[in-house]
Design a protein around this ligand. Structure first.
Ligand code: GLU
Length: 365
């Protein structure tokens, strides 16, 4: 294998195939694969789902639709079981990292996670990441571990992301209902057609299904991280990967890698509001590489503080043209919208920046 550092995401269906506590059924072969990778000097970060599934039988719940507190309690008790399940298959120590989207979008915490991961790897420890389900409210959640794994791959500067579930890869049609469905071995570009095919391949049991896997692949390949969707129930898949073959669907990494900050803005930061631009501002932002000034703003929605991410919208077409970090809160912006830069200080009584969104803090969509 040509990899140096890989992130492996393991779905709940592999941890708890019967949805009733943890099982070693598939994990054993996956752990063996990880050990083989480590022997070949490949660093491995594991992103493991399954805490809710592992704790499900230990928390009383009446209805099949679980309440949030029930799920959080399941995650809390199941997380330990899931970690213990992994640890028994390794001779080296495993470590636990529970993180939320709220942690990833905070620059300081992001850096702490990055430093912890590299220290763990340097000490031959296997980091196992999961979302901190107990504390994650909707606002703080990544929501699915496919996207979390992609964010971890970006943060740890991995060269590959392996998404393991109980599906072989992406098919052109639903393989459960079409005998002539064919698996796509290689995807060079993630287009709407790929998302449409992913819909056809969906597995109703998984948290995110195929769509979140494609989203994760999209995030990763744009950062130059090759991504595979593989069937983790089939141990031959691992032998093939170790032999340099591709037994699933491979998404080719983009060669023109965007810089890390722009990726952080695009994928990690959540947007807190929208700024509507007049046609002049749309033109200079879109085609002239300019920053956004207050004069081009016609309207604002949402509540945000200086430093939050917002979306820039073409007020005529209503299309999102860019995302960026806003230098002003929504309150201050409401007072200076449409005004000239020279008027900012007179209106607000202070003057933090000429630009509302600086070009360096902006990513085009
Ligand atoms: N964090 C969830 C769990 O451990 C899983 C989320 C997912 O599988 O996408 O159960």
């Amino acid at each position: 294998m040509k990899f140096n550092r890989i992130v492996i995401k393991v779905g709940s269906a592999l941890i708890s195939p019967d949805n009733n506590g943890c099982s070693g059924k598939y994990i054993k072969a996956i752990a063996h694969f990880i050990t083989q990778c480590r022997k070949a000097n490949i660093e491995v970060i594991l992103v493991s789902s399954g805490s809710v599934a592992a704790g499900r039988h230990l928390i009383k719940h009446g209805s099949p639709t679980l309440s949030i507190p029930a799920k959080q309690a399941m995650a809390s008790v199941g997380q330990m079981q899931m970690m213990a399940n992994w640890q028994q298959f390794f001779d080296v120590p495993c470590s636990q990292l529970l993180i939320t989207h709220g942690d990833l979008k905070d620059r300081e915490r992001y850096t702490n996670i990055k430093n912890t991961l590299s220290t763990l790897l340097a000490n031959n420890i296997i980091p196992i990441v999961n979302e901190n389900d107990t504390v994650a409210t909707e606002e703080l959640k990544v929501g699915d571990n496919d996207n979390l794994a992609a964010l971890v791959a970006l943060l740890s500067e991995a060269d590959s992301l392996f998404i393991l579930s109980d599906i072989n890869g992406v098919y052109n049609k639903n393989p459960k209902t079409h005998d002539d469905a064919v698996m796509i071995n290689e995807i060079a570009e993630i287009t709407n057609d790929v998302y449409a095919m992913a819909g056809a391949t969906n597995n109703p049991i998984a948290t995110g299904g195929m769509k979140t896997k494609i989203q994760a692949a999209e995030k990763a390949v744009e950062s130059g991280i090759e991504t595979y969707i593989l069937n983790g129930t089939n141990s031959q898949v691992f032998e093939k990967i170790l032999a340099g073959e591709n037994p699933g669907t491979r998404f080719l990494a983009n060669k023109n890698i965007n810089n890390a900050k722009k990726h952080w803005i695009k994928y990690t930061l959540k947007s807190h509001g929208k700024i509507m631009l007049d046609s002049g501002a749309v033109n200079v932002v879109k085609f002239k590489g300019a920053s956004l000034l207050p004069s081009g703003i016609v309207d604002i929605t949402g509540e945000f503080l200086a430093g939050d991410a917002i979306e820039l919208i073409d007020s005529t077409t209503k299309n999102v043209i860019a995302k960026g970090i806003c230098q002003y809160s929504h309150r201050d912006l409401a007072r200076i919208k449409g005004k000239n830069t020279e008027d900012i200080e007179r209106i607000l009584g202070f003057y933090p920046s000429t630009e509302v969104v600086h070009r360096d803090d902006m990513v085009m969509l």
